[in-house]
Design a protein around this ligand. Sequence first.
Ligand SMILES: Nc1ncnc2c1ncn2[C@@H]1O[C@H](COP(=O)(O)OP(=O)(O)O)[C@@H](O)[C@H]1O
Ligand SMILES: [Mg+2]
Length: 397
Amino acid sequence: MHETYDAKILNQSPVAGPRLGIIGGGQLARMTAMSALQLGCNVVVLERNPYSPAATLATHSLVGDWNTVEALLGLASQVDVITLENEFVDANHLRALEDAGHTVWPNSQTLALVQDKFTQKQTLQAAGLPIPRMCATDEPRDLERAISQLGLPLVLKARRNAYDGKGNATIRTRDDIAAAWEKLGGNAGNPLYAEEFCDFTSELAVIITRGRNGESAIYPVVETVQENHICHLVRAPAAVSPEVANRAAEVARRAVETVGAVGSFGVEMFLTRGGEIVVNELAPRVHNSGHYTIEACACSQFENHVRAVLGLPLGSTRMVAPAAAMVNLLGNIHAAGRAGGLDQALAVPGAHLHLYGKAMSGEGRKMGHVTALGETLAEAEQAAVECASKIHFGKTS
Ligand SMILES: Nc1ncnc2c1ncn2[C@@H]1O[C@H](COP(=O)(O)OP(=O)(O)O)[C@@H](O)[C@H]1O
Ligand SMILES: [Mg+2]
């Protein structure tokens, strides 16, 4: 349903449950909306595309550009609480909503600390949290200083609007500088920074949901496996010692507290060869590394997010099986988004298939995911990988 004919109905109709507005209509909004609908909420989604994954199932869909205050105020006027599915919405615009009396979680202050990743890491560092060594770079020649401080290789990163590795470029020799700077939009004025290359043994992640009253619910520490900087596989719980898991959980807890989080947040960390835990980044929203919680935990990251932003008690993060694995379904060509291979994929026992309903697939585009539970990580991973291997996008057979 679209604004033109149903905005009026929403304003006039008796509302059964709380009205939750979501900025953005991708898969994270879609899975959040599913939980909100289960809890009897009305869900209003704001996205540019009327057929976004979340718009197609929301109670109401507003078509508009969430980069404008006008569109955000339009959403705000229809809901009780606003939340978001990405960190790209401008914190100043969220501030304008708050100033107009609207409730936004996470709030503009949190987003202002998090959405610029350089500022985010400075904030975490000031709170005594371990981060990779990094260096501001305003122009390519600053990389000389970065190389002398951080060594080679190093990773050049976009400060804002980066996801799925699109904001990263590894510099191995000085010859890579110009191309990396160009690739990340440095020449077009996109702010960048340099970070030491972390020689990690594994990547860990933790989802934490923090309530409006500061209460927090922490999910198990998981291992994430990236291919080409995109999350490919999640193993829950991570096969690390209890001591490492406790340290990772504690770092994550302090990180979300530092930025005043409300809602579900994802904290990505590196476990270095020396056994150190270093925060890679913090996402002020539900996170890909927490998709497994839908089937594997008593209360998912999505439901807990909805509970948190509405001021309801948080649910248990306990796993309901000894192990779980999640595999992302990525597109590999630009083509229609319909999935093929369902007959075979759904024949894999115990695998839970999620398709996001995107109209188009593209290279590396997240089109869905599979979660499987098991007695062991190996068993869960085998089922999830097998199911995922049957699904393809953009082929006719
Ligand atoms: N400093 C680093 N050293 C080594 N690998 C890195 C570094 N920073 C990022 N990566 C790799 O790239 C992936 C994506 O980078 P990240 O900073 O998390 O950006 P995003 O997930 O927003 O695209 C990480 O999960 C990791 O695999
Ligand atoms: Mg990341």
